[in-house]
Design a protein around this ligand. Structure first.
Ligand code: TTP
Ligand code: MG
Length: 677
């Protein structure tokens, strides 16, 4: 929640308090331009007011306000001498950054339109033209453009969406379908750039420099051709952006959504003109909080203003954060393709008809080990953490991991250790087996001085197999794996069509996110302490969610702006802790381990909101629980009777959620206190 006026808005002071209530739900996505924003704000406000979610939003808002005040006070103390010093620093840095500008490459960012909704409409054409959302009453994954006109959008609880659009049709998610269609689109992408970078199921970055050169055609033509090809292959529309770097290509793909494209020429003037009026929020990595701070402390609204306020940014923020802001002001972004060696893990999995036949399961395991080994050898990779993933007949997902003394890559070695892991689970009825190898030997070479890596590995496995069960909301604490913990921003894309290999790359979007989010030393150690806490005290992950809020209150900024406490003397710098994101609840950095919702790392804000839901629910439950403890015996008896009859209804409801693949009714998050009993 964000209050632009900076005032506390109780309804007695402000007859329209919703006007200053901005959550991710009121933030426009493509196709929401004509939406009656105030109506959406009012509905969201009224439906969440008084809930734990609302309280948490207020806490966050109070923290941001405090942060803004603090930064304003610091800026006010900067003397003209200090400012002129930092002006020189900024000017020098701008020149240095400008010298790195690379206009030799053409990047294309492609993003499918209303992806899940479009896939669902393809398999059920009667949905065409009707407002529909994919997801449940708890959480919407996306909405088609018809629904967006009502203000319905991704990450919004379904019951709020239904209030906004009573006609809204809900369709449950079907990830097998989405991965199937994603695969079809990727086959097309491959033709233009065999090394394309998938950012999520529906998004990819392609370096089209070579294909343009070889065929002697422009980026405009390639974009048109690619979009037509995707439509022919998959029956789905997409939008594309072409620009000299990935950061700008992503901004461009959103401009003419849906089913459109925008091409920014490889020309410095064109880039600077484009950037001059571009709202900072359009940049990947600049979320609600950063936008708020830049606007309210520095008066920065557009990317160009980053350069104008360069001296203040350099005075207040760390080098890396200031660099990021200045780069944005110059319209710079990544132009290289990260090499496979940056990969943090490699995996292979197989879905099959449910079986508990041991011999068959071992045969499948051997095949997967073979495939994985072949891929590893192709890449020259050797790793020492092997994770076995199993999906049981009842869709419970389990993982077991072992960290070995030596690095392995041969199918024999992989199979030997995987068999030990599998044996510990038998007898079991399975529908999927997967193997993943992490901790490559080259990681060791590249980062010998990272002391936390060892601690983490020791903690996670200590050389023994460690069991983790996923899919049970209570099991999150034990479900953290090192991939979730290392801040590598991987996007794990599970191509769930019967037999696939998964490759995981660093998230290209995060290349452009705030640098402090990548401050491995800082965030890594935070993560370790969290894991250790979970391990030692058996605290549930939701409590960790709670500590997220506490950390924010302790002085880190919500979406990761790393501020440096600078004295008025330029060289006196003390770094404050950067924000610890809630990455740890995301399995494979992709899937919420509490409710199964899949959300790629690039959905920074949506993920923040999502974990806040879980936190709010936890708090709501805790409050109900503690209130229960202080009930009199008589009250308890009355309640027991009432609960008994309610439990039947509850069980029914629970079953419904299980059917939908959702474990937690998120609408409960919004339960008002007086409605708890
Ligand atoms: P997006 O590309 O953000 O959204 P979209 O493809 O539905 O719509 P458009 O690009 O036209 O604006 O996300 C891709 C898919 O990711 C989306 O179809 C569903 C899923 N998703 C979630 O599950 N949760 C989320 O919060 C978001 C934003 C997306
Ligand atoms: Mg999309």
């Amino acid at each position: 929640m964000e209050r632009s006026d900076g005032e506390c808005a109780s309804s007695s002071e402000n007859p329209r308090p919703w006007q200053s209530y901005h959550t991710v739900y009121t933030n426009a996505k493509a196709g929401m331009d004509g939406v009656d924003k105030e109506k959406v704000q009012k509905v969201v406000y009224e439906m969440s007011k008084g809930s734990k979610y609302f309280e948490n939003e207020e806490r966050k808002e109070a923290f941001i306000r405090q942060k803004i005040e603090h930064m304003r006070a610091r800026c006010a103390k900067l003397t003209s001498l200090v400012i002129s010093h930092y002006q020189k620093v900024a000017d020098k840095r701008i020149l240095e950054l400008e010298a790195t500008r690379d206009l030799s490459r053409s990047w294309l960012h492609v993003d499918m339109d209303a992806f899940y909704a479009a896939v669902e409409t393809l398999s059920n054409p009667s949905l065409k033209g009707k407002p529909m959302a994919v997801g449940t009453m708890s959480m919407i994954c996306t909405a088609n453009y018809e629904a967006r006109r009502f203000g319905v959008r991704a990450a919004m609880p379904g019951f709020i969406a239904r209030k906004l659009c009573p006609e809204l049709i809900f369709v449950p998610t079907n990830f097998t379908k989405y991965t199937y269609y994603s695969d079809l689109t990727r086959k097309v992408f491959c033709k233009y750039d065999p090394n394309f970078m998938a950012a999520s199921l529906d998004e990819a970055y392609l370096d089209i420099t070579e294909v343009c050169r070889e065929r002697g055609i422009s980026g405009i033509e390639i974009a048109e051709e690619l979009r037509t090809s995707v439509y022919e292959e998959a029956g789905l529309t997409c939008s594309a952006g072409v620009a000299p770097n990935r950061l700008l290509a992503k901004v461009c793909s959103d401009i003419n959504k849906p089913n459109g494209q925008f091409v920014l020429p490889n020309d410095r003037m064109a880039v600077m003109t484009f950037i001059s009026s571009l709202p900072i929020r359009k940049i990947g990595g600049i979320g609600k909080v950063t936008e708020h701070i830049l606007r309210d402390v520095f008066g920065i609204n557009t990317c160009e203003e980053m350069l104008q306020k360069g001296s203040l940014l350099c005075a207040v923020f760390s080098h890396s954060t200031a660099d990021f802001f200045l780069s944005v002001g110059l319209g710079l972004g990544s132009t290289n393709t990260p090499q496979a060696r940056f990969r943090k893990s490699i995996s292979s999995e197989r879905t099959f008809s449910v079986t508990e036949d041991k011999a068959l399961l071992y045969r499948k395991l051997a095949e997967i080990a073979e495939m994985l080994s072949a891929d590893m050898q192709k890449e020259g990779l050797r790793g020492r953490t092997l994770t076995l993933k199993l999906k049981t007949a009842s869709f419970e997902v389990r993982t077991r991991a072992v960290t070995l003394q030596k690095y392995i890559s041969s199918s024999e070695d992989i199979l030997k250790h995987a068999s030990v892991l599998l044996k510990a689970e038998l007898p079991v009825s399975l529908r999927l087996i997967g193997l993943r190898v992490t901790q490559f030997n080259e990681d060791k070479v590249r980062a010998p001085s990272d002391p936390t890596q060892k601690t983490l590995t020791n903690f996670m496995t200590s050389g023994h197999a460690s069991k983790k069960i996923v899919g049970d909301q209570n099991s999150l604490g034990s479900d953290i794996n090192d991939d979730c913990l290392i801040d590598d921003k991987e996007t794990s894309v599970s191509l769930d069509v019967s037999e696939t290999n998964n490759y995981e790359f660093g998230d290209p979007v995060c290349d452009n996110s705030l640098p402090d989010l990548n401050d491995e030393n800082c965030s890594f150690s935070n993560k370790i302490s969290e894991v250790e806490k979970i391990h030692e005290n058996e605290v549930s992950p939701l409590l960790e969610g709670n500590s997220l809020v506490l950390r924010q209150e302790e002085g880190s900024c919500c979406d990761g702006v790393e501020e440096v406490d600078k004295d008025t003397t330029p060289d006196n710098k003390v770094g404050t802790s950067s924000n610890q994101k809630d990455q740890f609840i995301w399995l494979d950095d992709y899937k919420c381990s509490l409710c199964g919702t899949e959300m790629p790392p690039s959905f920074i804000e949506e993920r923040q909101e999502h974990s806040d839901f879980h936190l709010a629910e936890r708090l709501q439950k805790e409050e109900s629980g503690s209130d229960l403890r202080i009930l009199t015996h008589m009250e308890r008896c009355v309640r027991t009777q009432r609960d008994h009859s309610a439990s039947h209804r509850k069980r029914k409801k629970q079953k419904l959620f299980e059917k939908e693949g959702t474990h937690i009714p998120i609408d409960m998050f919004f339960a008002k206190r007086n409605r708890n009993f």
